[in-house]
Design a protein around this ligand. Structure first.
Ligand code: ADP
Ligand code: MG
Length: 304
């Protein structure tokens, strides 16, 4: 203890001497800003911005690549609270199809500002799919992995509320993971839905009918969003066919025209079984939609 105190005092006087965090009892989840070297921007959404950094505490080029997410608009206690929740949620999730939490980086003496995650080199499905025209079987592999990650999330009693191709990350050509838990909510045992009060930038084109009409979010509304995500995957995230592009501007019942538009598209006819799954995900009655567990099985059947 005394040695540690002396070292700390010494360090405060001479910030350049050997860093405290190189001691063996260092918390591996604590990242120090001074060892983070920015490489490039990876992407941004409504609230966050994600950048690629190399974390190299030894400063000898042996560092590792990490994805660093920070809030786009600093300040605002309300945003900060949600941001801390997002970090806590990601920290509590361990699954092959969910992006891995690595740690946090705090400003000296300040609040936690950055979330450190594993870096997925191929970016989001929205970056990846337009460049790699995958066949149906490959699309279904990705879809099934999304269902596996989502099934785990639901088992933990979280609803994602923002499932979309932009929030699914690609590790390699055989593995995708769900990222971005910024809108995720915990549903206590016994409850069935979460009602939103704040009305921020909502990903309305991915929202289930009851979310739009009554602001009610449930496990079943994630299933609806999965249906839209499946649609995005099968259309290779082509911006001309994206949900906002094909929905009419009338937001009252956006899903119905989407289903109709799919029927019209000749290319979708060959995907009849997949199309049927999508339609089940878009049942106006949330209780009649499948669960992620049953979707995993249905997709398995189609893939056979
Ligand atoms: P927001 O909450 O603002 O939507 P996201 O977490 O969805 O932020 O990240 C925004 C974008 O950054 C993603 O769509 C993706 O392109 C990229 N991105 C996010 N996390 C990673 C990661 N771990 N590895 C690589 N790219 C990432
Ligand atoms: Mg996002």
């Amino acid at each position: 203890r005394t040695v540690l105190r002396e070292l700390t005092e010494l360090q405060m006087k001479n910030p350049d001497i050997s860093p405290l965090e190189s001691l063996p009892d260092t918390d591996p989840n604590v990242f120090y800003k001074r060892y983070l070297k920015k490489i490039r921007d990876l992407g941004e959404g409504n609230f966050g911005k994600v950048m690629l950094y190399v974390y190299d505490p030894a400063n000898d080029g042996t560092g590792e690549c990490v994805a660093v997410k920070s809030l786009k608009h600093e300040g605002g206690g309300h945003h900060h609270e949600g941001w801390m929740k997002e970090i806590e949620i990601l920290k509590s999730l361990y699954h092959t199809n969910i992006v891995k939490y690595k740690g946090c980086c705090s400003e000296l003496g300040g609040q936690v500002v950055q979330l450190i995650m594993e870096y997925l080199p191929l970016g989001s499905l929205r970056d990846y799919l337009p460049k790699h025209r995958l066949g149906v079987a490959h699309c279904l592999l990705f879809a099934q992995q999304i269902c596996q990650g989502m099934d785990y999330l639901h088992y933990k009693r979280y609803i994602h509320r923002d499932l979309a191709a932009r929030n699914v990350l690609v590790e390699n050509k055989c593995l995708v993971k769900i990222g971005d838990f910024g809108l995720t909510k915990y549903i206590p045992e016994g409850d069935v839905y979460y009602r939103v009060r704040e009305d921020g930038d909502s990903p309305v084109f991915w929202y289930a009918i009851e979310c739009l009409k009554e602001s009610k979010f449930s496990f079943s509304s994630d299933i609806w969003s999965f249906g839209v995500t499946l649609y995005e995957i099968l259309t290779h995230c082509d911006p001309r066919q994206s949900p906002p592009a094909v929905f009419p501007r009338d937001l009252v019942v956006p899903s119905y025209p989407l289903a109709k538009c799919l029927q019209k598209q000749k290319q979708m006819c060959s995907f009849q079984q997949v199309h049927l799954l999508m339609r089940q995900c878009w049942d106006f009655d949330p209780a009649r939609r499948p669960s992620f567990k049953s979707l995993i099985e249905s997709i398995e059947e189609i893939r056979k």
